[in-house]
Design a protein around this ligand. Structure first.
Ligand code: CA
Ligand code: CA
Ligand code: CA
Ligand code: CA
Length: 463
């Protein structure tokens, strides 16, 4: 009898724990805001970020209704204007202010210099510039302040940059810039080479009046590097899009940026693209969230890697495929691929534990996906398409813009000159019947894939 009571007591505790776990892993699903912001400008939105009271938008691409390149620029929308729109449940056309009108070609992830760097200069925008399109290749790391664009990186032909990191590499007290870059070469056959660079900050009085001294750390990194302190030095986790078929590599450096060792974490991530250290499973240890940018549905993916922080040189990185076989790249032109830059977050502001949710723009698959963690599992996600494919989806902003305690997501549609948004609601996702694809009869001629109905619904328009 005693043993039965002990057993039943254990069973009850286990049952109670299961119920508690279930309550703790609250599920969330996406809810679209009605309407879109339709943009009547020369260049379409591509990257969205937030800084202080403003939402920053990098605009680049082709002109509306044309195949000609538009003049790139950077604009802002006050957060309070966007908040008012989202609070009403509806996205609408909001007034944009042009911040940087000239001097940028294809501005990627726009950020702001830390206050210790800008000093009395006031706000300084940091613009990694350039892209893989004709005429846009001569990029650079640029600063923008008081109406002027200033070049940090000495001119390098055919080099383009995506993101910067700030770290004092020479110990003089001034934060320096680290950035990988891709360099295009070849006249008849294109080839690419990556280089991880750092640029020495000459101090607040000179940052805007001279180029910064350039140092090369190592060959290989070409899109993104994320650097962390490791033992007595640094470890930079880098995507190498153009190394082989694409690699994820960690480079060990001294604190002064002298390369010590390299290790390939994954030689088969196929066109490695985005890398971000983030605690995906919420166990207190940083993992790597990685995407590639392939053009085949079976290869395009979001990956998670568990990191052996006590031994990066020879410990085990455990790879998890968080999502694949969902990103259908549409119109397989050279260089078009999926997915884009993902974001990991908790839908409810103030949540600090448990598995993180992920949203990822398709980029070339023209859609956006919500990866919802499967309750009770680690590194396991259910992928849900947030909206059916429309135009190329760029870098999104994930932030509680309207201040209701639930995250909002703003998505730039680079083909349709739109910004649209969605938020989250608690509970199980309502089951939806997938829209049947129906390829219209007229989508048979060459060039018909430019027609949106053909593009979205016909197999022949997909890579
Ligand atoms: Ca809301
Ligand atoms: Ca320094
Ligand atoms: Ca973790
Ligand atoms: Ca919100």
């Amino acid at each position: 009898m005693v043993s039965f009571r002990v057993l039943s007591c254990l069973w009850t505790l286990a049952f109670a724990a299961r119920i508690r776990n279930k309550q703790r892993t609250q599920q969330w699903y996406t809810v679209l805001y009605d309407g879109v912001m339709q943009i009547d400008r020369d260049a379409p939105p591509a990257f969205i970020s937030q800084y202080g009271k403003d939402i920053y938008i990098s605009n680049f691409g082709v002109k509306q209704g044309s195949f000609l390149p538009a003049k790139s620029d950077i604009t802002t929308i006050p957060v309070k204007d966007m908040a008012a729109a989202l609070s009403s449940g509806r996205m609408r056309n909001l007034t944009q202010t042009t911040v940087v009108a000239d001097g940028v070609k294809w501005p990627n992830e726009v950020s702001h210099a830390p206050p210790s760097v800008s000093g009395s200069n006031g706000d300084i925008l940091v613009i990694p510039d350039g892209f893989l399109v004709p005429g846009k290749r001569n990029g650079g790391v640029l600063l923008y302040n008081a109406g002027k664009v200033h070049r940090v990186s000495p001119f390098k032909e055919n080099a383009f940059y995506h993101e910067v990191e700030w770290r004092d590499m020479d110990g003089d007290g001034h934060l320096d810039i680290l950035s990988p870059r891709a360099i295009f070469s070849g006249l008849f056959t294109a080839s690419f080479q990556g280089e991880f660079m750092w640029y020495k900050n000459p101090g607040p009085s000179k940052i805007l009046s001279q180029e910064w001294e350039e140092h090369k750390i190592v060959d290989g990194p070409d899109v993104i590097c994320k650097t962390k302190e490791y033992k007595n030095g640094l470890a930079s986790f880098c995507s190498q899009f153009w190394t082989g078929t694409g690699q994820l590599v960690v480079h060990g450096l001294t604190k002064r940026g002298v390369h010590q060792w390299s290790r390939v974490i994954d030689e088969n991530c196929i066109k490695c693209f985005s890398v971000k250290p983030v605690d995906l499973d919420g166990d207190g240890t940083l993992d790597l969230m990685v995407t590639n940018h392939a053009d085949k549905k079976s290869e395009s993916a979001v990956f998670g890697y568990e990191v052996p922080w006590d031994n990066l040189e020879s410990g085990t990185f455990t790879k998890h495929v968080l999502a694949t076989n969902i990103f259908q790249t549409i119109l397989g032109n050279t260089g078009v691929g999926a997915p884009g830059f993902p974001e990991a977050f908790y839908p409810k502001v103030g949540t600090t534990s448990g598995p993180m949710h992920i949203v990822v723009p398709g980029d070339g698959s023209l859609d956006v996906w919500h990866l919802a963690p499967k309750p009770g599992e680690r590194f396991a996600y259910e992928a849900r398409q947030v909206r059916r494919p429309q135009g190329t989806s760029g870098k999104m902003l994930v932030s509680d813009i309207d201040g209701d305690g639930i995250m909002d997501v703003l998505v730039p549609d680079n083909d349709k000159f739109q910004i649209w948004g969605f938020t989250f609601a608690p509970g199980e996702a309502p089951s939806t019947t997938p829209f049947p694809r129906n390829c219209p009869w007229y989508c048979v001629t060459s060039g018909s894939c430019q027609n949106e109905n053909c593009k979205w619904n016909c197999n022949r328009c997909w890579s």
